[in-house]
Design a protein around this ligand. Sequence first.
Ligand code: SF4
Length: 191
Amino acid sequence: MDVSRRDFLKVSTGVAGGTALGGLTGLGASLAPTLARAQELRIKGARTTPSICPYCSVGCATLVHTVEGRIVNVEGDPRSPWNEGTLCPKGAAIFQLHVNPNRPMKVLHRAPGATDWEVWDLERAMDRVAELVKKTRDETFVERLEDGRVVNMTPAIFSLGGATLDNEWNHIHQKLMRGLGIVAIENQARI
Ligand code: SF4
């Protein structure tokens, strides 16, 4: 007998769900109130703040739930006319932008030619980045073109942003980059 992937998932889901729930519903128990209560408890007492998914230019509306300043849940905002409470799989994982035990928390630096990573503290890493940006800018800065036009720019630094940078970050980022004379600026969706 040929079993398609879809059939397999249907059967697997049915078996997994059926084992625990089937017994109860078979005895005539309705799970609806329990499920409704579980939904309510999930965000009970939480503060709700409207926000926007940062991942792409669709800009799906979200609701961020916090308890004592900590994010406990992020979900689609049902009031939004374009995503109507839904989020794509990527957007549904926004919670992990903030809370994720797998997220690297240390700066790793590998010197040119080295084979091993060295752990740096953040201050040292930031100082090194600033030092290299200044050095590169100083060495490559162009005040005027050959025809005399003032350009005040460096062609040697490129700024590449990511989808998780929000509007506010990008606003400040643009000011900093333009102020440094950087003209090659690319970002995902938000500028
Ligand atoms: S939820 Fe998905 S579609 Fe919506 S903004 Fe985020 S990444 Fe884009």
